[in-house]
Design a protein around this ligand. Sequence first.
Ligand SMILES: Cc1ncc(COP(=O)(O)O)c(C=O)c1O
Length: 371
Amino acid sequence: MWNLIFMIPMAKPYFDEKETLYVQEAVKSTWVSSKGSFLDTFSKKFAAFCNVKYASTISNGTAALHLALLALGVGHSHEVIVPDFTFAATANAVLHANAKPVLVDVERETGCITADAISKKITKRTKAIIPVHLYGHPCKMDEIMELANRHDISVVEDAAESHGAEVNKRRVGSFGHISCFSFYGNKIITTGEGGMCVTDDNELYAKMELLKNHGMTASRRYWHDVLGYNYRMTNLQAAVGVAQMEKIDFFINERIRIAKSYVYHLSDLKKQSIIELPACKPWAKNVYWMFNILIKNSKVSKQELMKSLVDSGIESRPFFYPLHRMPPYHSNEKFPVSDYISDHGISLPSYAGMEEKDIDYICDCIKKALS
Ligand SMILES: Cc1ncc(COP(=O)(O)O)c(C=O)c1O
């Protein structure tokens, strides 16, 4: 139903016969809740993909972030550094852990936070940093980890949008003390709703497994030493996840193909400085979860462009609002880059299997609207 609203939607999950096959297998096995072989297979495959020792399946990406912070001991009186420009779930997880999100402005080209900007916000209360690999571009994790280690601060990578992105050929998810992923329907792989926490630390892994399962002691059923949550994924979701993992390289290559095609078609508008195209730093692999443009010098506003795309049957997406402007995270500090990016940016359709003729059509509509 949702996909029928637009001729070309923003996102569309890609399934083949494997998802159906594995879900049927899970149903037939009767293991439909939070135990079952697909959960083990999915976490093992995902840990191997990130090149880490442990992966814990979680009900969604927001719960994954919350759980990661709890496992790291983040709580009352602590500060956690987050970008001003991100999906609100990053800051919500901090607030749910009873800590204070400390907002940092982002870098103009990538929308990511940098070690330099973070360093100016570190105080005695800083317990953790959450770098967000935004829209598929990674943060410069080697520098962020060096800064965090120097100050004895924990790092939780928010890789919800960037499965497979790389920093100097090393995959995101393998840098932070814990890293979190989302498998929402529009993500690079999906389980419907779903998330994952990955880590190399067996104590943190054990803590997350305990907390996500009501805090129930593994060796003594129905005995709770700590207050926990139900943040478990189901075997049905994991069945979809295993089928998606078998295609993850294809999904990433598809996003890169689509980005290249958009760049090719929109380069004239870029040359005329009418729009700005996404960056890819020389040390980075951008997986282009979304393909974004910034409308720079045009008489046509972002809202007008989006409206004309709707009229042509094309869905687009406005950028996130800067966190500091919204009531739960309000701050009077200035975040000029985050403000600028948010006010000028839109995301264009991008999903595995998207046809070249659709990209061509979208770019034609954009050129007509902006020229
Ligand atoms: C940067 C970021 N962090 C966290 C999340 C939360 O993930 P979920 O929707 O699975 O809870 C998202 C989801 O869109 C996200 O984009």
